[in-house]
Design a protein. Structure first.
Ligand code: ADE
Ligand code: ZN
Length: 334
């Protein structure tokens, strides 16, 4: 089964590019850009990755991102993730980026998007990996700040397929951003949002009703509302679940207590993703392996999760069909 997990082509739909910053690259960029970080070795950094909840992670994650200054830094960050995609057999990836993490430090929007998109274009040519970019608003900031960021993004519309919402969830509900998402929809962006990661089901309902999301990022708290489960099944709204993240951020006590298998068995449209793999002990295959080992997943479960990843993606129907055929081809040999 582990061999099957590794060999199946997969799509990743919930991945923060800033969350792929490996300790080695963090140290290298800190030195190259003369940025002070409170670590001098990889071991120092790994010791600090001991999270108690989402906020305890975000504090360290934003500090890590402070070493990203130049276009080439964003290129290196993205290229290293794309090499991991190759290793993990991720053939299509929909990447979140958080421009406000950088523009708030005085880095131009253009620097961020140019570095990332150059790497994505090279990956298409050299590695055969297709990709889309989703720009996230930081929900701990004001809606007014998000309007400014959206206005900057419009110029790069051709490079950005969608708009998402991330950062500190509790206390920053989707309703806080209703107007800016309305404008994003009018501009033709697809909409997703982190909801029901730590906060209750009302955040998922608001994301659906007020932001009009096409996918829910995380969404594992749906388990507490029977009516919402029924709605998500009926509408087949995809959930981009991130098992390693949920364990590292103490959303669940252990892999054995994770509810992804329960959600799948209920008929929800669930996918597996790595969220911030450099911080959460593993890339996509490791997420699959952890849930496979601890939750008694069958071959059918794995295949369903992989097929869901393509079906829930923003790629066109033609390419979707090509990828799903590649999945079938691998299955023939198992
Ligand atoms: N930013 C990066 N990872 C995140 C997560 N899991 N939840 C909210 N914001 C994030
Ligand atoms: Zn996330």
């Amino acid at each position: 089964m582990i061999d099957l997990i590794k060999k199946l082509p997969k799509a990743e739909l919930h991945l923060h590019i800033e969350g792929t910053l490996e300790p080695e690259l963090m140290l290298e960029l800190a030195q190259r850009n003369s940025i002070d970080i409170p670590y001098s070795t990889v071991e120092d950094i790994e010791k600090a990755y001991n999270f108690t909840d989402l906020q305890s992670f975000l504090d360290i994650y934003y500090e890590g991102a402070s070493v990203l200054i130049k276009e080439e830094d964003f290129y290196s960050l993205t290229w290293e993730y794309l090499l991991k995609c190759k290793e993990n057999n991720i053939v299509h990836t929909e990447i979140f980026f958080d421009p406000q993490t950088h523009t708030q430090r005085g880095i131009p929007f253009y620097t961020v998007i140019k570095g990332i998109t150059e790497a994505l274009n090279d990956a298409k040519d050299e590695l055969g990996i297709t990709s889309q970019l989703i720009m996230c608003f930081l929900r701990h900031l004001s809606q007014e700040e998000c309007f400014k960021t959206l206005n900057e993004a419009i110029e790069f519309k051709h490079d950005i397929i969608g708009i998402g919402l991330d950062s500190s969830e509790i206390g920053n509900p989707p309703s806080k951003f209703k107007e800016v998402f309305k404008k994003a929809r009018e501009e033709g962006f697809k909409i997703v949002a982190h909801a029901g990661e730590e906060a209750d089901c009302s955040y998922i309902v608001e994301a659906l009703d007020l932001l009009k999301v096409e996918r829910i990022d995380h969404g594992v708290q749906v388990i507490n509302s029977k009516s919402l489960i029924e709605r998500l099944i009926k509408e087949q709204i995809p959930l981009t679940v991130c098992p390693n993240s949920n364990i590292e951020l103490k959303v669940f006590e252990s892999y054995k207590k994770h509810n992804i298998k329960e959600l799948l068995d209920l008929g929800l449209n669930v996918t597996v993703n790595s969220d911030d793999p450099a911080y959460f002990k593993g890339y996509l295959n490791q997420n699959f392996i952890n849930i496979y080992k601890n939750l008694n997943l069958s071959k059918e479960d794995i295949v369903k999760l992989v097929r869901n990843s393509f079906n829930a993606s923003f790629i066109d129907e033609e390419l979707k069909k090509i990828y799903l055929e590649k999945v079938d081809k691998i299955l023939e040999s198992f």
